[in-house]
Design a protein around this ligand. Sequence first.
Ligand code: AMP
Length: 177
Amino acid sequence: MMNPLADRVRQALRAVPNYPKPGIIFQDITPLLADAELMAGVVREMAAPYRDAGVSHILGIEARGFIFGSAMAVEMGAGFIPARKPGKLPWETVRETYQLEYGTDALEAHRDACIGGARVLVVDDVLATGGTAVAAGELVRRLGGDLVGWSFLLELGFLPGRKRLTGAPATSIITLN
Ligand code: AMP
């Protein structure tokens, strides 16, 4: 089916081979960010599935999840929660650690980032293996929020990320195979 916005997103992405390490094709979103009309359309489209879901907060994943997530928060009338790499937040945090191919990584949020009963949508640019997104979902639960879903700009369909996201919907504008 023709989807003009999805086609424009595909054209605006710049695939950079072997960044940040050999074998990875990095999807560079900066051409998309620089296109005002496309960016506005993307933010609307990423928010659209959750318009009637009573979202009170968006939890954006450092760093590119901040860009889409904060714009969506304004668009949806929601608050914004930054989920950051360890040691970046100044006050008391909750932390969720997750496995990488080699070693572990973690996401943190301030422990009073949302009140109990908050309805939280997780936002990031790319869904790859899903490790980051699963950890962000767990972080929402630890904060006492209800996880409404996950919204991505794009997902890598050749990786198992989507299968790992359970218990709430996960949406993206395009899938790369
Ligand atoms: P993962 O935990 O494997 O799903 O990785 C997701 C995180 O890594 C997201 O925050 C993405 O921004 C980033 N990421 C993973 N793969 C790519 C890629 N091919 N291009 C750009 N960013 C990526």
